[in-house]
Ligand binder design. Structure first.
Ligand SMILES: *Cc1c(COP(=O)(O)O)cnc(C)c1O
Length: 460
């Protein structure tokens, strides 16, 4: 018999977690105004809110923490990271930032002007936030297959080239500062972009003389999918695939909290000296001097190690395998989830799950609260709350799909934890028809409202 692929690590340090009672959770979620971001982590049993900054560092990363250089200028940790980035992505210019959205802020301060259009595959919420904050527009050109959770297209993060071409045709060259590709595409379910699609987008970008930027938070997971799903890449190493992917980009923004396997940090890297030179000014203003940009030397050191570890095939196979494992459990129970399963999370189709809740009452958020009450598992809404209001009409934007995202932190939980999640969700599924109402908003922020929103139960 073939041996199962167990986790490619053993555990050296443990952190206790607490199994609360339903009565406790009822009180806590009420106090949190039915916003799971407002819960204290002690009130959560298994935390699948996000895979961002929640991973476990390796002993090699912790060792690198101890040798971090905290010099204000020119620290050896900066150069360690710079050399790693140059080796992996082929970019010579690099600026550290305190996290991914800070990288967006600095780069977009240079590139995005009022009235601009930035086409791409489903933009991440902070990316869209930074675009709209500058009175510019994000044009989503993701392939239509991504809207059908049951469609088994292997690269549902791909850009529809006709849609992209229409956007490029409809606007003046000067109003499109760049095209952005998110790898993997978080908003469409952790879905990868194929190398062929990257190449075709690059060809179109070149034809119109427009630069290409990668939002790269999960670049290694994207490369793993290319290795396993795209003809011609079976025998290539993840490192080779990553280098080819980024050979088509002019710049990258990175949230190191994902595939950097560190708890905080981000960066910009580019081959364009003129972008780098201008970004330096903004970096110094908003982040810090160019050789630390909001990061401690020890964190840059740990990131340099994490960026190498994340490319290991054993690691990626175990990581993505764990996500697939949860997806299979849920499918077995008849629960509809985005397929194929993504790289970092399972996206549960909340509309199919709760047919008796209307979209005006936030279906996916209702499901997140139900799952929390059932088990203390924390998921996150990727639906109407996150889609926010239209910046001009101020009306709610109702996305076609309402997802509850179960994001799996890297190297943190075992498959037994995931069995708890699957069983809890099955229990909610068994009583789903009895859930007939959701929530209404009592307080919301003007942008990125889902983080701080306050809700109230709709009483039938
Ligand atoms: C997390 C993320 C960001 C923002 O990064 P932060 O580190 O959370 O600020 C941007 N884009 C993508 C695709 C992400 O996943």
């Amino acid at each position: 018999m073939e041996l199962p692929a167990a986790e490619p690590y053993k555990i050296k340090m443990v952190e206790p977690i607490y199994r609360s009672t339903r009565k406790e959770r009822e009180q806590w979620i009420r106090e949190a105004k039915y916003n799971l971001f407002n819960l204290r982590s002690e009130q959560v049993y298994i935390d699948l809110l996000t895979d961002s900054g929640t991973g476990a560092m390796s002993d090699r990363q912790w060792a690198a923490v101890m040798t971090g250089d905290e010099s204000y200028a020119g620290s050896s940790s900066f150069y360690h990271l710079k050399e790693t980035i140059s080796l992996l992505f082929g970019f010579d210019y690099f600026l550290p930032t305190h996290q991914g959205r800070a990288a967006e802020n600095v780069l977009f301060s240079v590139l995005v002007k009022e009235g601009n259009i930035i086409p791409g595959n489903s933009h991440f919420d902070t990316t869209k936030g930074h675009i709209e904050f500058r009175q510019a527009t994000a044009a989503d050109c993701t392939i239509y297959e991504s809207l059908d959770p049951e469609n088994l297209h292997p690269f549902k993060g791909n850009v529809d080239l006709d849609q992209l071409k229409n956007v490029l045709e409809a606007h003046a060259r000067e109003s499109i500062p760049f095209i952005i590709l998110t790898l993997t595409c978080n908003s469409s379910g952790g879905q990868p972009v194929s190398m062929q699609n990257i190449r075709e987008v690059k060809a179109l970008a070149d034809q119109y003389g427009i630069p290409l930027v990668f939002d790269s938070a999960r670049f290694a997971e994207n490369a793993w999918f290319i290795a396993h799903r795209e003809a011609g890449y079976e025998r290539k190493t993840i490192q080779e695939i990553v280098l080819e992917m980024f050979s088509y980009a002019d710049a990258m923004t990175m949230s190191s909290k994902k595939d950097g396997i560190v708890n905080i940090g981000g960066f910009i890297a580019t081959r364009k000296k003129e972008w780098y030179d201008q970004a330096c000014t903004f970096n110094i203003m908003f982040e810090g001097f160019v050789t630390y940009g909001g990061m401690a030397g020890r964190d840059m050191n740990a990131l340099a190690v994490g960026l190498m570890e994340v490319l290991e095939d054993d690691y990626l196979t175990s990581r993505i395998g764990q996500v697939q494992y949860l997806g299979e459990q849920l499918s077995k129970y008849g629960i509809s989830v985005q397929k194929p399963y993504g790289g970092h999370a399972i996206f549960v189709d909340a509309k199919a799950f709760l047919p008796n809740v209307c979209q005006e009452e936030f279906i996916a958020q209702t499901l997140c609260v139900e799952l929390y009450l059932e088990s203390g598992v924390r998921a996150v809404e990727v639906g109407t709350l996150m889609a926010d209001r239209d910046p001009i009409t101020r009306e709610n934007r109702y996305p076609q799909l309402e997802f509850m995202r179960l994001a799996i932190p890297r190297r943190v939980y075992t498959n037994l934890h995931l069995d708890v999640v699957a069983t809890a969700l099955k229990n909610v599924y068994d009583r789903r028809l009895a859930v007939t109402s959701g929530y209404k908003i009592v307080m919301e922020a003007p942008i990125l409202r889902h983080f701080t929103i306050e809700l109230e139960r709709v009483v039938m």
